[in-house]
Design a protein around this ligand. Structure first.
Ligand code: FAD
Length: 467
């Protein structure tokens, strides 16, 4: 008798780890991507996977990977499904690897400021575990309650406090990864190495295509001694961006630096709106003396740049509300198609990209919002986070309008010399634009790495690279 892959998985992993009930299959068949949600809600329902597997140990993951490879079954890792680029989408043949049962803390080493979590630990739980010891990871994505530590690594995520503490790649000291061959790859616990290329980087941003991340070692920080907030108005985005450049290039690193254009000030901070001014929010953290010095220095730099002080209460308002956003489901029900698109560019290029993307988005039929803010700042440049929303007359055109807005944003970003993604990843939504980002030679290298690691392309096929 020929046994099905689900039966083989059941035999290899034992009871309670393989799920084929409708609720679980439906719940795990996609991520948060707007286009998948639109398909679902407009009657183009996405298929369920063949089964959902919840491994409890790395050995379980090895068994699943081996069986899927031998059986030719597509295998799609799933953290908590908060990805917004279509990194999780299944076929009826897919084995969905749900990491949410791998939630142990393997190590908490206070002397070396290290923690090792299994990949399925939810972000907010990870932060709570270290916080009990007066520590912080320093990684606070808006989706901290909706995402896993493994998902952060798989997407190269960025948190809201990144300007001082870095993005996820700056915090990952080590990884355990089950390769498509079934071998387990472990990096050494050293603070830095000059031992050839850093192989763990292959998995940062790999989106489930190169292996399954089963454990992540992160570096920690002591919680800051002091936190202060300050805010400034500037006449236009150009001046606001310049002010941020001066702050960071002078050596100051407020962990939170967020610049909102006039449209977003009106939408998010209406009580604090001042004409058509843009608004810069800063949070300063660290030893008392440093925080005090940074607040004073930023104030001087702001007034030198023609900025004026805004009430610090606006930053408190942002901090309180920072993780509350309307759900895509609610927007779709109201006939609104919307998304956010994050890109990055050097200081000389970001201003023109901002103008060109917003102008181009405003030409789209039915558009009601085309705006941006910056949220991650570097010595050599900054990101922008565009928001678009459209209310098409005919709801059947929502998907087309969505694609058009994305196309316009990517086109203007590439034409302006920017990078197509700052932190959400490629998934399916940016796949066609990856060659423009890394070039044909880069694509050949990436495809070659994929071919060596996963010659039969069973690990999250169609994501990141295809063809
Ligand atoms: C409201 C909201 C706010 C957000 N805010 C932010 C933000 O501030 N910063 C930010 O960076 N992102 C943000 N995101 C995007 C998203 O939360 C991140 O991409 C997050 O890192 C995804 O984690 P996840 O565990 O939910 O992964 P999933 O969505 O489950 O998976 C994402 C991708 O990674 C792969 N994957 C997941 N786990 C593993 C694993 N263990 N091994 C190998 N591959 C794996 C999947 O196959 C998929 O391709 C936001 C999303 C939402 C909905």
């Amino acid at each position: 008798m020929v046994r099905s892959i689900a039966e083989k998985l059941q035999e290899a992993l034992g009871q309670g780890k393989i799920f084929t009930d409708e609720f679980t299959l439906k719940d795990r068949r996609r991520d948060y991507w707007m286009l998948s949600q639109l398909d679902d809600m407009q009657g183009r329902r996405l298929p369920n996977p063949l089964c959902v597997v919840r491994p409890a140990e790395t050995e379980d993951v090895v068994a699943v990977v081996n069986l899927c490879r031998e059986n030719g079954s597509p295998l799609v890792p799933f953290g908590l499904g908060s990805g917004v680029c279509g990194g999780v989408k299944v076929t009826p043949q897919t084995v969905l690897l749900d990491m949410s049962a791998m939630t142990r803390t393997r190590l908490l080493d206070i002397d070396n400021l290290l923690v090792t979590f299994e990949a399925g630990v939810r972000g907010i739980d990870a932060e709570a575990i270290v916080a009990k010891n007066g520590l912080t990871i320093g990684h606070h994505p808006q989706s901290i309650e909706l995402s896993t530590v493994g998902g952060w690594v798989a997407t190269r995520a960025a948190g809201q406090f990144s300007t001082a503490y870095g993005c996820i790649e700056d915090m990952v000291l080590g990884l355990e990864v089950v390769l498509p061959s079934g071998d387990v790859f472990n990096t050494r616990m050293t603070p830095r190495a000059s031992a050839g290329p850093d192989l763990k980087q292959i998995f940062l941003g790999s989106e489930g295509t190169m292996g399954v991340i089963t454990a992540v070692t992160l570096t920690l920080r002591w919680k800051p001694e002091k936190r202060a907030m300050s805010a400034y108005y500037a006449p236009r985005m150009e001046e606001g961006l310049e002010l941020q450049r001066f702050i960071i290039q002078s050596g100051w690193t407020p962990p939170v630096m967020r610049l909102y254009d006039a449209s977003e000030v009106g939408r998010n901070f209406s009580d604090y709106k001042q004409g058509d001014d843009v608004l810069l929010l800063l949070i300063h953290e660290g030893p008392v003396a440093r925080v005090d010095a940074e607040v004073a220095a930023c104030s001087t730099l702001a007034s030198n740049q023609g900025g004026t002080a805004a009430p610090a209460a606006v930053v408190e308002h942002w901090y309180r509300e920072r993780n509350h956003v309307p759900s895509f489901e609610d927007l779709i029900k109201k006939g609104i198609v919307a998304d956010t698109i994050e890109i990055a560019a050097t200081w000389d290029r970001i201003g023109p990209i901002y103008k060109n993307v917003v102008r181009s988005l405003r030409e789209v039929k039915g558009i009601v919002v085309a705006s941006a803010h910056s949220s991650h700042c570097y010595r050599s440049g900054i990101n922008l986070y565009f928001t678009f929303a459209a209310i098409p007359e005919n709801p059947e055109t929502m998907a087309d309008i969505y694609k058009e807005c994305w196309h316009r944003t990517m086109k203007e970003t590439v034409a302006g010399g920017g990078g197509i993604s700052h932190h959400h990843g490629i998934g399916r939504v940016r796949r066609d634009w990856l060659p423009a980002e890394i070039g044909e030679t880069g694509m050949t290298m990436l495809k070659s790495i994929k071919k060596v690691l996963d010659p039969t392309n069973f690990m999250n096929p169609e994501v990141l690279i295809y063809g």
